[in-house]
Design a protein around this ligand. Sequence first.
Ligand code: PEP
Ligand code: MN
Length: 339
Amino acid sequence: MIIQLQEDISDKQRESLLAEVINIGYKTTEVKTQLGDYIIGIGKKEFDIRKIGKKEGIKDIHIVSDEYKLVSKKWKAKPTSIDLGNGVFIKDGDMAIIAGPCSIESEDQIRKVIKHLKENDIKMMRGGVFKPRSSPYAFRGLGIDGLKLWYDLASEAGIKIVTEVMQVSQIEEMYPYTDIYQVGARNTQNFNLLDELGKVDKAVMIKRGISGTIEELLQSAEYVFSGGNEKLILCERGIRTYERASRNTLDLNAVPILKAKSHLPVIVDPSHGIGIRAYVPQMALAGVMAGADGIIYETHEIPEKAYSDGQQTLDFTQSALLADWIRKTFAMRKTFDLV
Ligand code: PEP
Ligand code: MN
């Protein structure tokens, strides 16, 4: 169960409420986020909801039987909208486009990508400064100095940035220079990292684990929410299957399923999803039609020269075309929503 508390609940009312929930045989966890206070009750026993519902200090009470609770749609039918400021949103009913290189490489590269984004009215840029690489000998990113440089140039241009945080110790140093923290596929179940991101009042985008189920992704989001941060975005980026013809298997089934199960926005990453440049646009558009609230893809002036993931990176001409097609496809999808 989820109990939403009133802002002005007194300590006495809170204690009496907790005692009542424990009394019916439920375990309780108190959750405090930037937006509200909740009591989560975990248990299986049937009980009369009116008995608790009529107690003082309660805004609302909901029965949520899913393993994940706070990220479930069962108690919050209204979709979560992520407001990044300056009129930039990631939300249901809208189409966020996030484009940029796999890795941030140099000031010159940042300037070129920003110019490309501005020319195409793309308001969010991706890029890694801490890179999780399968090989320790591959390029591992420019680190915090690269992030500072990038953030300054991007914010000057009115562009929001999405960048991966790999470990707890980076959260604080990244904070002034980050709009959205990305949790990478290799870290989806790094529960210490998720706990700590719960304490931050900035958006967090969680990628689906390399071999993670949809439910596990939602459980990871539940960690951050129950840690105190409601500003969450889910990202389908492909999973590892027996198929070797593509880098990963982009599970577009996950999009309508996540949208049905959770109130959080869902975005699709076709670049890591298929891993083959020539097929990224098709999978991006398929993601739009599947119901995504946004697409995140990799672009670089000269993909062949990119420090990482060049094989799945679009050049600026392809990126401009794709952004246009994403918008057109989204407009078409909206006409379906009306049916
Ligand atoms: C990335 O976005 O560059 C990245 C490393 O993604 P993932 O964690 O999905 O592999
Ligand atoms: Mn990449």
